[in-house]
Design a binder for this molecule. Structure first.
Ligand code: DAH
Length: 339
């Protein structure tokens, strides 16, 4: 029996030394130490031994079991280590390889222009006010001194939800909402989307964007309006830009003006951009009509104000030399990538 046990130990040692995988080692564990394993079957025969032999063989059997177990554990550890090293080698990352280039998006040219305008006015202490695009006829027209049947409703024909609710035709109704909810001094700009029932062409769209400005305080004058617009024009169109006011009519301002900037292409001598005029019209402005102030709960005998409104598409077309408004909404990346 002693030889049998020594034989088991020797062959287990040999087999363990050449095993190539964890699975093979597991099979060897079963083969030698399992319930039906070789060692167990030898131990089963121990009943036939004499009382002197039994403890001696018992001890030897135990030693053989411990030997095989410790060899098995070591072999498993070694193999696992080898497999891990191999895996690490196979999965090695070459950190010197050039990376994949991340494709950055960018802001839409209209967003860029609005952001720039916001920055100019935030810098002058203005706040940003917003209002609904689906607006009451009252705020869009009536509060802006455009009663029903007023002829200027024709040029701002829009989409009616019902008799009292429209898609706003300008951002001016935000003026009324601000004046009704805040006390002067008021200094806000109101950027936003507006609607008119216009046919689409190179310079018209039924959906476009405006930025409105409103200042109401004691002693505000036309001089403040001109100075403000001058600063704005220089930031957007360059340090040498001049502005020019031409008398005009808006129901909500009195007096009113259309405002031109000197052409950034030629500086005023006339070129293709300004169609030979030397000037490009960019916005409407004026002193807030006393009627509008009163309607919005502000006493025109104490306060005065100026307002202006500009078309974002128009400014962006001017700034980036774009000749067709439709490009803004077609979402052609070849176009959008250029700004
Ligand atoms: N609301 C005018 C429009 O859409 C633009 C405008 C002109 C706004 C003069 C103003 C302003 O606040 O004072 O055509």
């Amino acid at each position: 029996m002693k030889e049998q046990l020594n034989g088991i130990q020797a062959s287990a040692e040999k087999e363990l030394a050449t095993a190539q995988s964890i699975q093979e080692l597991e099979n060897l564990r079963v083969k030698y130490l399992g319930k039906k394993g070789e060692l167990t079957s030898v131990l089963r025969g121990m009943g036939a031994l004499s009382a002197e032999e039994r403890p001696v063989i018992g001890q030897l059997a135990n030693e053989v079991r411990v030997f095989i177990e410790s060899r098995l554990d070591k072999a498993v550890k070694d193999l696992a280590g080898k497999e891990r090293t191999l895996k690490l080698k196979q999965e090695i990352i070459d950190i010197t390889m050039p990376g994949k280039k991340a494709n950055f998006g960018r802001r839409h040219p209209l967003t860029q222009v609005v952001d720039e305008i916001k920055e100019v006015f935030l810098g002058m202490g203005y706040q940003i006010a917003e209002g609904p695009e689906v607006e009451l006829d009252y705020f869009n027209f009536e509060a802006m001194n455009i009663p029903k049947n007023h002829p200027s409703r024709d040029v701002q024909d829009t989409f009616y939800i019902d008799d009292n609710v429209v898609l706003r035709t300008h951002t001016s109704p935000v003026q009324a909402r601000v004046m009704k909810s805040q006390n002067p001094p008021i200094r806000v700009i109101c950027p936003g989307r507006v609607y008119r029932s216009d046919e689409v062409d190179a310079t018209h769209s039924p959906v476009f964007h405006q930025v409105e400005g409103l200042v109401v305080d004691k002693g505000v004058t036309m001089g403040d309006l001109v100075g403000t617009l001058q600063v704005f024009a220089k930031v957007l169109f360059g340090e040498n830009t001049k502005i020019r006011l031409r008398p005009h009519h808006f129901p909500f301002t009195e007096p009113s003006a259309e405002v031109d900037v000197s052409c950034w292409g030629c500086g005023g001598s006339g070129c293709r951009i300004c169609k030979g005029e030397g000037w490009v019209e960019i916005l409407g402005a004026g002193m807030v009509s006393p009627k509008v102030l009163r309607e919005c709960g502000i006493d025109p005998n104490v306060y005065s104000g100026f307002a202006f409104g500009l078309g974002v598409e128009r400014v962006a077309m001017a700034r980036f030399n774009i000749d067709d408004m439709r490009l803004f909404t077609e979402n052609d990346v070849r176009f959008l990538k250029q700004f």
